[in-house]
Design a protein around this ligand. Structure first.
Ligand code: ADP
Ligand code: MG
Length: 616
């Protein structure tokens, strides 16, 4: 059958407001947890000191957020539910220096578009309040109301009018857990605000709001976690890092207690995670992770929060500065605990992170050629493998891959290194290392000084690829295919991909429907092989399904998938050039962990071998 659609070019029409809102809602409101996050952030922005969050059935049927904030004027309540209506941003300049959690003016419109909302609010000092009811974004009632100062928003029957999305919700228990995690982060982000979380009639958390981070941690994570935390504080003038990190003896088997806040906003960041973990590198065995609750304060101009719709990612003007801040803050206390354990007089006991940091500046240079300018203001000598982040902020200075534990730990370094202080620009490890070859089609063996390094070829390559894809100037390049690739992924995955077509498009894939159970792909990202199209898409479906929602995939997760596919597969032999290139970049300290967090390099010292042979 030939449809009218094929005979004439389709007419372009402006989407009706409610359709546009539904599409936009998909970006902001993915599940109950994202609704709660937006509402609590609004309460915090409204200056509330007390916030109550209550949910029933995982938040699917009922979410209530009550605050004692500034309230909304009766004349503004309807406007607040319009898209791009915000009281927090006036112009493009304001976007440069956002001090509030919200600013897009999308959340209320998006939430209202996919649920039944009741709002009761009274401005401080107003004679009476107002109540407003909306259903699927349409106002159904507005009337004066006697209510306390502040705002209550109730959201019922989330996604009642978008059955496709409803289908992707997980069990109430899982959605409820998602909400609890969000409330926990919000509560930790503001120890000065008292937050109560009630789930199915039972109070789960109640923070005191007394501005004390440790009482806040105690009320949320319990006595056990609180006991393992040590307070840290470090500042270099423009970036301040404050909070708690776990003592090495209180490590955990996962990262679930790693919390980072940047200017009051809960942030997920591989860079911050790796800064923390690098500090514990010589203290914790693999598979054990440090915990932290760290508050990073940076000047508003130094942070860009407008990089992700859910605002859980930020961009720093200087990654290295922030990395250092976290790294040294943690390192300072780790060494202090070590000294305490040994009960050594005159150890690092009283040393603060800042003192600790500056102590490296006065150390003699090790392992770097210097051109006279002190490199150690930028990076301490003998620094263990630090991810590419550092390198990108100052390509001239590269950390050496050293086994010596932590900066300043010079134990494993040959004495002759001191001769290398003389002249020349900063360069790679001065003594040439030797690439011995490859074993098991998987590991590159490199000899340097008296250490033998084993490099996981696949992991290293994946990391290098990932960094390139994640770099600021990376724009996904799409390659158009003369013959579209047809991926028969089954009914469910095919519709999942189509639902996320806009997102995939931004990443270089064009996805079109092709019958019930397949999709046709006409463009793929230039980084991947045609043959990898289907595996990559099917992996993406897996990620989407695991989240159980149509939540947009985190860009970095997606990129991990591409990087992994694009990387050399372990088990395939490489030419010597390929080995040399990878070894050079690993030995320069540019990469230390693959994007999934596995180490890229493993080392055995001569001493270990000697010991094994009974020589020492
Ligand atoms: P944004 O937070 O990005 O401004 P929202 O859609 O979340 O956008 O909220 C729209 C506006 O509604 C806010 O700018 C604010 O003026 C008002 N508002 C929302 N929630 C509250 C609240 N709990 N207390 C006071 N005002 C609120
Ligand atoms: Mg908001």
């Amino acid at each position: 059958m030939v449809t009218e659609f094929n005979q004439r070019s389709p007419k372009i029409i402006e989407l009706e407001q409610h359709v546009a809102d539904l599409i936009a809602a998909g970006e902001v409101v993915e599940r109950p947890a994202s609704v709660v996050k937006e509402l609590v952030e609004n309460s915090i922005d409204a200056g509330a000191g007390i916030i109550t969050v209550e949910i029933a059935s995982g938040g699917m049927t009922y979410i209530r957020v009550t605050d004692n904030g500034c309230g909304i004027a009766a004349s503004d309540v309807k406007t607040a539910f319009l898209r791009h209506a915000t009281s927090k941003l006036r112009d493009a300049q304001g976007l440069e220096a956002i001090g509030t959690l919200g600013f897009r003016g999308e959340a209320l419109a998006a939430i209202a578009a996919v649920s039944r909302v009741e709002l009761m609010t009274r401005e401080a000092g107003a004679a009476e309040g107002v109540s407003l009811a909306l259903e699927a974004g349409e106002v159904t009632d507005m009337s004066p109301a006697g209510c306390p100062e502040g705002t209550t928003i109730i959201v019922r029957d989330l996604f009642f009018n978008t059955p496709a999305r409803l289908k992707f919700m997980k069990s109430d228990r899982a959605e409820g857990a998602g909400v609890a995690a969000v409330v926990l982060r919000c509560a930790l982000s503001r120890p000065d605000v008292s937050i109560r979380f009630i789930k199915d009639g039972k109070t789960e958390y109640h923070t005191p709001g007394d501005s004390q981070v440790n009482s806040c941690i105690y009320s949320l994570l319990g006595r056990e976690a609180d006991a393992g935390f040590i307070s840290v504080e470090s500042s270099d003038g423009s970036i301040t890092v404050k909070g708690f990190v776990s003592s090495p003896s209180a490590s955990r088997g996962n990262r679930s207690y790693q919390f980072f806040f940047v200017n009051g906003r809960a942030i997920r960041s591989l860079m911050l995670q790796s800064a923390l973990e690098q500090a514990y590198k010589s203290t914790l065995p693999s598979g054990r992770f440090p915990s932290c609750v760290l508050y990073i304060t940076a000047g508003l101009g130094n942070v860009d929060v407008n990089v992700h719709p859910s605002k859980t990612e930020v961009k720093f003007a200087s990654d290295k500065q922030v990395f250092d801040g976290v790294y040294y803050a943690a390192l300072g206390v780790i060494d202090k605990t070590k000294a305490d354990d040994k009960d050594e007089p005159g150890g690092f006991k009283t040393m603060q992170a800042d003192e600790y940091r500056s102590s490296f500046v006065s150390e003699p240079p090790v392992k770097y050629k210097s051109s006279g300018r002190s490199a150690r203001n930028e990076m301490p000598a003998g620094m263990p493998d630090i991810p590419g982040i550092l390198k990108s902020s100052n390509p001239a200075v590269k950390p050496a891959a050293s086994s010596s534990g932590y900066p300043g730990g010079k134990s494993g370094l040959p004495d002759s290194d001191s001769e290398l202080r003389s002249s020349g620009s900063y360069s790679l490890i001065p003594d040439p290392y030797r690439v011995i070859g490859e074993v098991l089609n998987m590991y590159i063996i490199v000899e340097y000084s008296d250490i033998i390094y084993f490099i996981d070829k696949h992991a290293a390559h994946e990391r290098l690829h990932f960094d390139a894809l994640m770099s600021d100037d990376y724009e996904p390049m799409s390659e158009s295919l003369i013959t579209p690739v047809i991926c028969r992924l089954g009914h469910e995955d095919a519709s999942l991909l189509l639902e996320n077509a806009a997102l995939l498009d931004r990443l270089g894939f064009s996805v079109e429907s092709f019958g019930e159970d397949a999709v046709a792909i006409r463009h793929i990202p230039a980084e991947i092989d045609i043959g990898d199209t289907e595996p990559v898409l099917s992996e993406l479906c897996l990620q989407l399904r695991q989240r159980g929602t149509a939540e947009p995939i985190h860009r970095s997760n997606f990129i991990k998938t591409i990087a992994c596919k694009a990387a050399i597969k372990a088990g395939r032999a490489s030419g010597s050039r390929e080995l040399e290139t990878i070894a050079a970049r690993v030995m320069s300290g540019e990469v230390s962990h693959c994007p999934h967090g596995r180490p890229v390099v493993f080392e055995i010292s001569k001493a270990t071998l000697d010991k094994g042979f009974g020589r020492i």
